[in-house]
Design a protein around this ligand. Structure first.
Ligand code: IPM
Ligand code: MG
Length: 346
């Protein structure tokens, strides 16, 4: 029995998550053995109890579930975002989810803001290291001085890069390492050293390193030439948002995080790339596609290839029929898109 923990979180998180339940029910009706438990962790829980995720609750997630479906986190009542740190970053770090996979495969030409590009000309996958760099949360502020440290370990880099090389070799596409070793000599110097070591293990992969700033410019000018992009946590964050822009915006982009070395029972987390968007929460304007595609990535992770593919296709069918939320210039609500996808699945 696969056990999934559902954490809807804050803002639009609960509304985009609501539409996931019928998808899980659908997989169950097809004979998949799946059960789930929904947890309240998020801003309300934090404000009521003073904690986001206790050690006991974290251990329960880690040891008694197989995967987590995550909505969004962030609330204007907690402006410094400390509850988010204790929740999302803690899960990523505590579960050693070093790999964050963010694919960019646009559905419709009208979603692509670049001219003369068809959806099948863009197939880019970002592999972002998910636990380190400036996200290690070591830093300090003194009166007129602020320091954020960025920590990079060879272990995490190797885990991330090995996964990216494996993917590029399977796809027979180029692999580009985004780095700024011209400035970040230590951290990104280590990334380049390990990248070169792995090049020797994957002679068939067309591997290159690029300065991240130049890479972003080249991505906008000629996205066709890219396949797999590997990056550290911070550059991967920026790159994946740029690529969300190629797919119709933040609401469209899914992500999957996992621990290829499987240190715990719970070794994967699926979340849309977008945030909690408090300004539109409860208005029905949230785009549920990123969350639905993240559920498709969960199915793929579980080895349920057919369910994953059918869910992905159902989203395409709904979008092609013109049913879309206002961020895609449509007039449907979040719920209407969710219902339309469930209906296509039957
Ligand atoms: C993301 C988000 C998060 C990040 C925030 C909410 C901490 O932007 O998943 O990309 O920066 O990783
Ligand atoms: Mg981000």
């Amino acid at each position: 029995m696969i056990r999934v923990a559902i954490i809807p979180g804050d803002g639009i998180g609960p509304e985009v998550m609501t539409g996931v339940i019928p998808l899980l029910d659908w997989s169950r009706a097809r004979g998949r053995e799946l059960e789930w438990v929904t947890f309240p962790y998020g801003a309300d829980h934090f404000l009521n109890t003073g904690e986001t995720l206790s050690d006991r609750h974290f251990a329960d997630l880690r040891d008694t579930f197989d995967a987590i479906l995550f909505g969004a986190v962030g609330d204007t009542r907690i402006p410094d975002g400390r509850h988010a740190e204790q929740l999302l970053l803690r899960l990523r770090q505590g579960l050693e989810l070093h790999v964050n996979f963010r694919p960019c495969r646009p559905f419709l030409a009208i979603h692509i803001p670049l001219k003369d590009l068809q959806p099948d000309e863009i197939d880019i996958e970002v592999f972002r290291e998910n636990t380190e760099g400036p996200y290690c949360l070591r830093g300090r502020t003194e009166e007129e001085l602020a320091v954020d440290e960025a920590v990079h370990t060879a272990r995490a880099i190797r885990i991330l890069l090995a996964t990216a090389f494996e993917q590029a070799s399977g796809r027979a596409c180029p692999l580009t390492l985004a780095q700024k070793a011209n400035v970040l000599k230590h951290g990104h110097g280590l990334w380049i050293r390990i990248f070169k070591e792995l090049c020797a293990d994957y002679p068939s992969v067309a591997a290159e390193t690029m300065h991240a700033d130049a890479l972003l410019c080249a991505l906008v000018q000629n996205p066709r030439r890219f396949g797999v992009i590997a990056a550290d946590n911070f550059i991967g964050d920026l790159t994946s948002d740029l690529l969300a822009g190629f797919q119709g915006g933040m609401g469209m982009a899914p992500s999957a995080s996992w621990a290829p070395h499987r240190p715990f029972r719970c070794n994967a987390l699926f979340e849309p790339v977008h945030g909690s968007a408090p300004d539109i929460a409860g208005t029905g304007k949230a785009n549920p596609v990123g969350m639905i595609l993240s559920t498709s990535l969960l199915f793929r992770h579980l080895g349920w290839e057919e369910e994953a593919a059918r869910l992905h296709q159902a989203v395409g069918e709904v979008l092609r029929s013109g049913i879309a939320t206002p961020d895609l210039a449509g007039s449907a609500t979040c719920q209407e898109v969710q219902r339309a996808v469930a209906k296509v699945l039957g």
